[in-house]
Design a protein around this ligand. Structure first.
Ligand code: HPA
Length: 252
């Protein structure tokens, strides 16, 4: 039983090198998660893997049942989530294939089921979200990247947009004025739901494309797929280092 989960996004529907021990279809009070929880071993270390968009990839970002995903992981004993996410790079140094561990979030999504504290409450619940990501998980990912010799951008603000369409160039200009460095469609409410259940959460973001108006005039899915392939290879190397280190600390 592992307390560490990896949520895989676009480009990471399965985790190469994950030795599958058990697949667990899970029901939750919020409905079914995107896919069965995969209990397995990565580099010999226990982890739980969940494909955010389903297996195969069929669930678009605005249709992901984020509550069911996070709840199912928590119910399975997970207390730390490393969420892999494909993003568009807004900041100039975040080109295709770059990997980043952001440290802030701005939420532009709407009408998603975004809280566990909706009805039947004795009193309203307002979780602190000043620092949306877990500092220890972030530090662990950055250390792992150094050991794996993978260049990773430390910090940055993740803009969560509604999708499924990509943004207009003017929307990206606005996100940039808001201080955002990366843009993706799945970071919220995943991160805040994890916080509501007291779970650590960090993003390992891979730049699939330059954000709208920052690169080629048209963003094609072919280009996105090709960029993700090289970026995800780096992410896998970081994750292996990360779980090996987490296991050695647990054993120490
Ligand atoms: N915008 C939003 N989400 C994304 C993008 C983008 O450009 N690329 C990958 N996910």
């Amino acid at each position: 039983m592992s307390d560490l989960a990896i949520i895989g996004g676009t480009g990471l529907t399965t985790l190469d090198g994950l030795e599958i021990v058990r697949r667990e279809p899970a029901g939750t009070p919020w409905g079914a998660p995107s896919a069965p929880l995969v209990h397995g071993r990565l580099a010999g270390i226990g982890v739980v893997f969940l494909a955010r968009h389903g297996e195969p990839h069929t669930i678009p970002p605005h249709r992901v049942n984020y509550r069911a995903n996070v709840w199912a992981l928590h119910h399975a004993g997970v207390r730390r989530i490393v969420a892999v996410a494909a993003v568009g790079g807004i900041r100039a140094d975040l080109g295709e294939g770059a990997v980043a561990v952001p440290d802030q979030i701005v939420d532009y999504t709407w009408s998603r089921a975004h809280t566990f504290f909706e009805d039947d409450l004795d009193h309203p619940v307002h979780v602190d979200f000043t620092c949306p990501y877990c500092a220890r998980l972030r530090a662990g990912l950055l250390d792992a990247a150094r050991r794996a010799e993978v260049e990773v951008a430390d910090g940055g603000t993740y803009a969560a947009t509604q999708g499924p369409r990509l943004e207009s160039a003017a929307e990206i200009d606005r996100l940039e004025r808001d201080g955002c460095d990366l843009v993706g469609m799945t970071g919220m409410p995943e991160a805040s739901l994890a916080r509501e259940l007291g779970m650590g959460y960090a993003h390992c973001a891979v730049v699939a494309n330059r954000a709208a108006g920052r690169g080629p005039k048209v963003i094609t899915m072919e280009a996105v797929r090709a960029n993700l392939e090289s970026g995800m290879d780096k992410v896998r190397r970081v994750l292996v280092e990360f779980v090996e280190d987490a296991a050695s600390r647990a054993g120490a």
